[in-house]
Design a binder for this molecule. Structure first.
Ligand SMILES: [Zn+2]
Length: 175
């Protein structure tokens, strides 16, 4: 047991070194696509849609990390946002997007889900699954299925991103 204090010291030191070397909080990207498809959708949203850019700017000011992945449809939803967890510095959510949609639809659905991410980002009390559920039970409307919630702001964000893309690219673009 003689070596134990050294181990504790070494761990404490390692912790403080990591904290010193970590980049400032503002420089850490909030929106994190997990695959090349999501990455392309984020790039397109940022390039073509002022609505999308405004949502990403709002996320940059908060402590919420948003992971994005395209994959098989979740239940009957074209997109979904889940609360993942909390660390000392950040809170984490995961957005899943239905891979059967067109790219234009996917960017619009991502805009819709980013509005939900902003709702969570700007509600510091949401820190776990319980407070996440409570927030949407109070602020959201009950969706078409049990456990699903919706907000008018998210529906509006999705529509606006779709209009931004249509306005810049003409009808039917990106299909
Ligand atoms: Zn929604």
């Amino acid at each position: 047991m003689a070596g134990l204090p050294f181990v504790v010291c070494a761990l404490a030191l390692a912790g403080s070194v990591t904290a010193t070397l970590s980049p400032p909080k503002a420089a850490i990207p909030r929106l994190r696509p997990l695959d090349t498809w999501s990455k392309a959708l984020v790039a397109r949203g940022l390039e073509k849609s002022p609505t999308f850019r405004a949502l990403v700017d709002r996320l940059a000011r908060a402590d919420l990390i948003v992971y994005v992945a395209v994959g098989p449809r979740v239940a009957t939803a074209s997109g979904a946002l889940r609360f993942v967890g909390t660390s000392a510095t950040f809170r984490f959510v995961h957005v899943s997007l239905d891979q059967s949609l067109t790219n234009t639809e996917l960017v619009a659905v991502l805009g819709h889900e980013l509005q939900h991410a902003v709702e969570v980002a700007e509600s510091p009390d949401v820190r776990d699954l319980e407070s996440f559920r409570r927030y949407y039970q109070q602020q959201g409307e009950v969706g078409s299925e049990i456990g699903r919630f919706e907000t008018e702001a998210a529906r509006r964000a999705g529509r606006r991103v779709r209009e931004d893309l249509a306005g810049r690219e003409g009808p039917g673009a990106g299909r």
